[in-house]
Design a protein around this ligand. Structure first.
Ligand code: WQD
Length: 348
């Protein structure tokens, strides 16, 4: 039988069983991409692979590999003929990075370097890097554009994102035909509408929305609102909360842009946000509105390292990528709450 060569593209998703990675896997499969997930399960569960299968109808190839091991990464990149890579795999707990900086520099930067070495040595391209608005620190002007100054990182985690972008830029400059895009996420929240995929914080959640839903479901006693004396309309800090499904779709658009060589330069950066800032109190109100739950919370002192406000100027992503968010903070709260109740039902 003459097996037609696959015309679909094979994409490496590192950290593809994580929160954003798993949602991106579903969106890539829906667009006909072959997905290979590399994940060492350090911050997720293998059950997510079956969930991707249930949602997308396809069980992606899965490799349980530690990408910070040079030999392992070399074997992985030789096993498949990757047409592109979306590199999610990284440690991302800001507080933990302050306590264990070398763990973060080793893991987050070694994995990036080894992936880039293999891709460039094999003449491969189309590399998407999971970056973060954290690179801006407390930006001077709102909304934040991609040309806002990169401030000294507030944490080793944030520094690994800044250094990661620099490593990729230097690689692009020194390697012909190597094209990359860095996506600077604002605050990803929510879950898949099927309640099959969502945020899986292992331990006490650092982030606002999983703490809200765990408080509402009874896992946590009450939410502490960190600071009510900021120079904002209601005194609480402001963020740009973007639905994880909108964020996942942006990755497919960015990857396709590179595969179709529509990039305007070989290294591009895009802010991914809604362009709208919401305070902590507004986020709580949005949750209460869509869930019908009354949330137990109280004011507490400010959290070290928090910026007062950060929300995206989305002009470049809207115009150059042709992508914009379609879902609201209420949609995200609705989906996050449905996911939390599903987890409670599963006893996860
Ligand atoms: C949001 C707001 C808190 C918890 C972090 C990382 C960033 C990115 C997203 C990885 C802040 C307040 C929170 C709580 C609260 N991660 N809050 N009580 O800090 O904006 O961004 O996650 O890429 O790099 O820095 O997100 O969800 O932790 O906080 O009042 O129990 O909610 O003070 O104002 P953050 P967050």
């Amino acid at each position: 039988m003459n097996i037609q060569p696959s015309t679909s593209k094979t994409i490496l998703l590192t950290g593809g069983l994580g929160f954003i990675g798993s949602h991106t896997a579903v969106e890539l499969i829906a667009k006909g991409y072959e997905v290979v997930i590399a994940d060492n399960l350090s911050n997720t569960r293998i059950e997510v692979l079956d969930a991707i299968h249930r949602v997308s109808g396809v069980k992606p190839a899965y490799e349980n590999v530690d990408l910070s091991d040079k030999a392992t990464t070399k074997v992985l990149c030789a096993k498949y003929n990757f047409d592109g890579c979306i590199h999610f795999a990284a440690y991302k707990a800001v507080g933990e990075s302050v306590e264990s900086p070398l763990k973060y520099y080793d893991n987050n930067l070694s994995s990036l370097v080894y992936l880039l070495q293999n891709f460039t040595e094999q003449g491969k391209s189309n590399f998407i890097f999971s970056s973060s608005c954290t690179v801006y620190g407390q930006a001077d002007e709102m909304p934040i554009t991609e040309s806002a100054p990169i401030k000294p990182a507030e944490s080793p985690y944030g520094n690994t994102k800044q250094i990661g972008e620099e490593i990729i830029l230097d690689t692009v400059k020194s390697t012909q035909n190597f094209r990359a895009i860095a996506l600077r996420y604002f605050n990803p929240i929510g879950a898949h509408e099927s309640a099959e995929l969502g945020e899986l914080p292992l331990g006490v959640p650092m982030n606002l929305v999983p703490f809200i839903t765990q408080t509402a479901i009874g896992i946590r006693e009450e939410l502490k609102v960190f600071g009510n004396d900021y120079n904002t309309p209601d005194g609480t800090a402001i963020r740009d909360y973007i639905h994880v499904v909108d964020l996942a779709k942006a990755h497919v658009v960015a990857l396709t842009r590179l595969l179709e060589k529509k990039n305007q330069s070989n290294y591009e950066v895009f802010n991914l946000g809604t362009g709208k800032g919401s305070s902590v109190l507004e986020a709580i109100n949005a949750f209460e509105k869509v869930s019908g739950e009354k949330l137990a919370w109280k004011f507490a002192p400010r959290r070290d390292g928090d910026v007062v406000q950060a929300y995206a100027d989305t002009t470049k992503a809207n115009h150059d990528l042709g992508w914009k968010t379609e879902l609201t903070i209420e949609d995200a709260m609705r989906d996050a709450w449905k996911w939390e109740r599903k987890l409670a039902g599963k006893g996860l």
